[in-house]
Ligand binder design. Sequence first.
Ligand SMILES: [Zn+2]
Length: 651
Amino acid sequence: MLNEIQKEIFSKKHEKLHLSLLIEVLEGIVEFKSLNEEFQLEILEITNACYRAKHELINDRVYDGFQEIFKESNELGEYHPYLTNVESEDVLEGKTVELPQRMLSTQKAYTFKSINKWLDNVIKTGNMVDISELDIEIRITPKLDGYAGYDDGSTLYTRGNGVRGRDISFAFERGLQVAKSAQRGLGAGEIVISKDYFESNLSKYFENSRNIQASIIAEKNIDKRVQKAMNEGAAVFYPFSKLENWEGKISDLRSDFDAITQNILASCDYDVDGVVLECKNQKIKEKMGATRKHHRWQIALKSNDEKAQVEVLEVIPQTSRNGKLTPVVRINPTKLSGAEISRVTAHHYGMVRDKKIGKGAILEIVRSGLVIPKIEKVIESANADIPDVCPCCNEDLKWVDDSLYCLNTSACKDQIEKSIIHFFDTLGNNDGFGTATISNLNKHGVSTIYDVYLLENNSIKLSELGYKEKTVKNLQDALTRSRTVEIEDWRFLAAFGLNRLGLGVAENLLEHHSIESIFDLDTKELVKIDGFAKKTAIQLVKGLSSIKDVFQKIYSLHFNLTVTPKKSDQLDSNSPIAGKIVVFTGAMTQGARGDMEKQAKLLGAKVGKSVSGKTDFLITGEKVGENKLNAARDKGVKVLSEEEYLSLIND
Ligand SMILES: [Zn+2]
């Protein structure tokens, strides 16, 4: 009894509700009143979305009746977010355009058993196309819980119903950036906002990150705080191809599934609601194909949120490597999504102070499947539990913005040891120096990374520290290896653990400047780099100058660094098409179109798939209709024949 669009909306919105139950409610077989809060809410959301898409399921009177019942039966009464929220614009509303490529949804699974069945299927299909299990590659990525879109290089579309979506290119014009400073045109992805940024800057003003995404793609004026989040690169369009991922064999995946998915989820600073698994072998993908709704070679393991109310036992401060204190909230042990939770982390001490978290406070915590639980809200406050001195070194603490810091950098044991461990962890090529070793070394006065490397040629000191001859040799070999094994210069730089200089930022920085020259950069030069906001730049200049001496000392130990290729070498910015948006159409006579597109990109152009008002050049091959050319000219696009184009770029 539901039409296609209503079914589409149902499949996109429903979580636990079955279609049959919805139909029974609509037909009056099951009373709305008899449902639990969760099902009631889902039905309200689905019927409302259908109404907004102009395919209503129930009339206004019935809807109002449902809403009244929900108001009575839900715990928060009329203050329930569904009843108070200003509605975000719905996907299906407004004028739609055809997507350049169909966007199918992802098949969903909720248990590892279903994943195992899917893997069996992949293996079976592999057998059919002569690919043995050992040659099958699986890729796992986090399943972003943002706002789905498709970027063809000139237009950004909403996913819509998978065939038609809205043109929301204005989001890019407003300053939305592509994640990881990647170029436009990488296809499907999601608009997401950094969780960290949301918690520290926006959670006071917005109920959840959905409201931010809605603001970014709303036609009306954008909220100034959301604008700022875009400017600072915290709200981005994240193409799926750029996501952190795990790749490997099915047997490895099966034996270590939990750890692998945990790692993937932990790598992601955006809202996620599970992981996506896909088979990478082209032949298997083709053989498995797709249903009308989803690809068979891809599946998502979704996690459901679980919430609990818990009592706070105490708040324990922990000093991190940069001196910032993390409030670890110890709670009455509680089962959540199958695991016993006895502690949650508050974002910073500003939160503990403002929300009055301390012994006896009642919190609502939420765990999305495999993700680390977080504090959703404070239900009952208490006396805020705030320390005066560093739990590690007893130094007086200082407030910086919303956080408490121990500024005793050179003598605070936690800071020293955690920084050294971070260095070796980030290099990832030195197994010998784990927590126990570093801690022992620090106890005996070896308290900097440089000091640790001096041990490479000081067996006497190592034996004095109580290490046997064989261990001494192992430790020294480990140090030599970590210096001589080839390692990317950006990884080396990130190992210094500077605030805001993680792996991604370090790589981006070294794509523009050599590692020797970064200490001479000022804020002005840094903000010229795509993806560097002013605030980041200011902090980086400060941070870099603070580690300059330490860095030079360690750098002089001759690590085997590979130099990051410079962006400026990759493209010829003098080319007349550099920075322009170019679209190719029709059959080319001088070479394959794919090759010409590649060449254009090397010259610094962006290659679009279809003509829009922002296209600069339309390059036409053979057999292109006059109508198409005129339409392009009407939009102010310069139309060039293949010969004209070639003489332009070869001049
Ligand atoms: Zn301290």
